[in-house]
Design a protein. Structure first.
Length: 482
């Protein structure tokens, strides 16, 4: 535990949904749900307006539609979210060399290591300055927690939501934690929480009073020891700048089980290419290709193949994944496919072209040894699949550009039509027009920035206070700044 609250935790507020509201003036102040929109879709993020109706992350989209039938349901736009995340992480990097990203919208920052805070006053000023900078650069809000440990900083940011700041003064940790639910502590999920409840422990105070020996008896030595320390507010974990990924993967769940073997193979190859794109985005290569197949009965199979050396060649990964598919029985139907690469390295095999050629040659030998079979034509899409094809081409919420009407976004599609609202992040709510899905004047477009003219923060945070101030101590723990 540090004697000053110099560990900062930032958590952007309802990140995906807030970004969509910022990009679409007509959705501001309204319920927005971002996630998969098919029968098996799951909510990724819900705006605070939707949360008040009972919608939350990880909820099936079908259930969300019953709770909030009038909400806007949008397909995620990860290119936009990554762009905004990069802007936020760049600001965090100006505060300290020790920034530990947890996801696109969440990170720890060691302010002491960056010299931007050494006491409560400077920590609070830095946190408020960060919130203002994020809003100016991205147009979005984030909640900030400040404390002497990572655990408490994260709890503080959660308590500060939405759009707030909470600083926990050193020495007040136990008083703050005592009345909170045991579920607030890291690692206490529904099962552990229920187990503790049956033992009569529902608050953090109950855990602290029970003692380490009793918690070890209830949940085991490692977990019990950690729980007791957390209940006392103790956490010595450092902020780690590099969180080295062990694998890169992508997967898709299909609205309708896939039965056509040709379609299954095509989806596997498409996922392999997407996986390599992610691999290259982080400047890595990998040695082992992994295929994941979830069948109609929810049984999940994984197959892997280790290559001669690390690679980021899409041909190598695609063909390895296709070979792995040959060993999986998909006749009953496939509901999910995934392709991943493990054994990551920061270099690639020098003879990638030879490796790709070897892979093709191996696949060709396998085909030659198989009994010849009549070539099956790829089935034409059925008429009633038109809505599915339109949804794939024109996903709800994604950007489009029309040669006559300008930039807009897809409100919905079906029956051979696509409905578009034409507006920009800095415009008034726009008008709605409907077009044929094959309109030659309409095309997909890249997202627009959320802020038209981002201010210059190249010299930030030079103006923030950095020295210890004996006469300007911040108010006590638990105060939140809206």
């Amino acid at each position: 535990m540090r004697p000053a609250p110099t560990i900062l935790h930032l958590d952007m507020d309802a990140f995906y949904a807030s970004a969509e509201q910022a990009a679409k003036p007509s959705l501001r102040g309204k319920a927005v749900v971002v996630g998969g929109l098919g029968p098996r879709g799951v909510v990724a993020t819900a705006s605070y307006e939707a949360r008040r109706l009972g919608v939350h992350s990880a909820m099936p989209t079908a259930q969300a539609r019953r709770l909030a039938p009038n909400a806007a349901y949008l397909v995620p736009r990860f290119s936009l979210y990554r762009t905004v995340s990069d802007q936020v992480m760049e600001l965090l990097g100006r505060l300290s060399p020790l920034v530990e990203p947890l996801s696109l919208d969440e990170a720890f920052v060691d302010l002491e290591a960056g010299g931007t805070a050494d006491d409560s006053a400077s920590a609070r000023a830095t946190g408020e300055g960060l919130r203002a900078a994020i809003r100016a650069v991205t147009g979005l809000s984030g909640s900030v927690g400040l404390a002497g440990s990572k655990m408490l900083a994260k709890i503080a940011s959660e308590e500060a939501k939405p759009d707030g700041l909470l600083l926990i003064e050193p020495g007040t940790e136990r008083e703050l934690l005592a009345p909170m639910s045991v579920r607030i502590l890291p690692g206490v999920g529904p099962a552990t929480g229920d187990h503790l409840r049956r033992a009569g422990m529902t608050t953090v105070h109950d855990l602290a009073e029970a003692g380490e020996a009793e918690l070890v008896r209830l949940v085991g030595k490692a977990h019990g020891h950690g729980l007791h320390r957390m209940a006392l507010g103790l956490d010595d974990r450092p902020v780690v700048a590099e969180r080295d990924a062990k694998s890169v993967s992508v997967e898709d769940t299909f609205d309708v089980d896939l039965h056509d073997r040709v379609r299954v193979r095509a989806e596997v190859e498409r996922l392999a290419v997407r996986c390599v794109e992610r691999l290259r985005a982080v400047d890595r290569s990998g040695r082992t290709v992994v295929l994941k197949v979830r069948r109609y009965d929810f049984s999940t199979l994984t197959r892997s193949e280790t290559l001669r050396g690390p690679t980021d060649d899409p041909t190598v990964v695609r063909e390895a994944a296709a070979r792995l598919l040959e060993s999986v029985d998909t006749t009953g139907g496939v509901r999910l496919l995934g392709v991943g690469v493990t054994g990551l390295a920061d270099y690639t095999q020098e003879d990638l072209f030879a490796q790709a050629a070897d892979a093709r040659e191996l696949a060709q030998r396998d085909r030659e040894h198989q009994a010849p079979a009549a070539e099956e034509p790829v089935p034409e899409p059925e008429a009633d699949n038109g809505d599915q094809l339109a949804a794939r081409r024109w996903p709800a919420g994604h950007d489009v550009h029309h040669e006559e009407h300008g930039h807009g976004w897809v409100q919905g599609s079906g029956i051979g039509r696509v409905t578009v609202r034409f507006e920009e992040p800095w415009s008034a709510p726009g008008r709605v027009l409907t077009f044929r899905i094959d309109d030659p004047l309409l095309r997909p477009a890249d997202p627009l920035p959320l802020v038209r003219e981002s201010p210059d923060y190249s010299s930030w945070p030079a103006s923030l206070p950095k020295s210890r101030s004996s006469g300007a101590a911040a108010s006590g723990g638990g105060e939140s700044s809206p």
